[in-house]
Design a protein around this ligand. Structure first.
Ligand code: 173
Length: 316
């Protein structure tokens, strides 16, 4: 009798606490569902929903059709969504120096090890009320894609689609710049409104841009950051088990960044297959191209926040 009562009480407590604790977070992605930079996030969400039954679930409300990419920072900052898959270049309105994340030459695992992660997390928390939970995109470079050839690292006379990622570099090389969300690139190319665009090595084909693209300029530069960020009030309201689940999911998805080297090679081969020719800079041109990326990139961050630039440069 005593034993039965005790068991019943224990079951009631378990059931009660589990029911009270499960929380569903609302999420959105800056990248269209099913495309390259939405894929790691989709895997992250699946992992959480699989492993977080009774603890925490994530409901993805959609991609850029649900929240425009340049608005998604505001949405997660204010709590309109709890969680976002977004690149720092799309939330420079809230964290201008976040654009420095592209300048990392090490991995997120190394940044967690050397204290850089804590600096970045603190910047996100204080400037935009979000927890910096995970980084995907390590090992993926950005490139310039063109509809007409160039011979040197000189973009004078060309109109190029940009985001904050490429802004300082392409401007210094003489380009005329147009800032657009990814969703507007295809039409801009089709109409001849742009002569090219900045984009990572991955994703050109799944957006259908290969139809309008003749050249890729090599080498690539910088490193993609596509981050999982969580509204800070939501984060602070979670229990230890829920936070631990999300942190475990973060480590799991970050470990998959190593797969990007293989994916890059496959994407480059698929681009060649699709008829995209490579313009490869070598010697002094290569040096000028890469120096423009690094020097102009860091100079732009230093102009925004010299202290943040120094701190990040030391750990990137
Ligand atoms: O070109 C872009 O839209 C951009 O800045 C970006 C950043 C990360 C991944 C993919 C694109």
């Amino acid at each position: 009798m005593k034993k039965t009562l005790a068991l019943t009480a224990a079951f009631a407590m378990l059931a009660g606490s589990a029911a009270a604790e499960e929380v569903t977070l609302k999420a959105a992605s800056a990248f269209a569902t099913g495309t390259t930079f939405a894929r790691p996030f989709a895997a992250f969400v699946d992992w959480v929903n699989e492993n977080g039954k009774g603890v925490l679930q994530i409901n993805v409300v959609g991609g850029p059709e649900a929240v425009p990419p340049f608005e998604l920072g505001n949405a997660v900052s204010s709590g309109v969504v709890d969680l976002a898959n977004n690149t720092a270049a799309f939330y420079t309105n809230l964290l201008p120096e976040g654009d420095a994340l592209k300048l990392a030459t090490n991995t997120i695992q190394e940044q967690r090890e050397n204290g850089c992660y804590d600096i970045i997390d603190e910047m996100h928390q204080s400037a935009m009320n979000v927890k910096y939970l995970a980084r995907t995109g390590d090992n993926v470079n950005f490139h310039l894609y063109l509809t007409k050839p160039i011979e040197k690292p000189d973009l004078n006379g060309l109109t190029i689609r940009t985001t904050p990622v490429y802004q300082a570099m392409f401007k210094a090389l003489g380009a005329n710049l147009v800032r657009t969300a990814p969703g507007e690139v295809y039409t801009a190319l089709e109409r001849g409104a742009i002569d090219g665009y900045g984009w990572p090595i991955q994703g050109v084909l799944d957006l259908g841009w290969d139809e309008q693209t003749k050249y890729r300029v090599d080498p690539g530069f910088y490193q993609v950051d596509v981050n999982v960020i969580v509204n800070l009030d939501t984060w602070n309201g979670l229990g230890d088990e829920q936070k631990a689940l999300l942190e475990k999911a973060a480590a799991w998805i970050e470990a998959k960044n190593a797969d990007n080297l293989d994916i890059n090679a496959k994407e480059a081969a698929a681009q060649a297959e699709a008829g995209i020719e490579v313009i490869e800079f070598s010697g002094a041109d290569r040096e000028a191209w890469l120096n423009a990326a690094q020097d102009e990139g860091w100079a732009a961050i230093a102009e925004i926040n010299a202290e943040a630039a120094d701190k990040l440069k030391a750990c990137f």
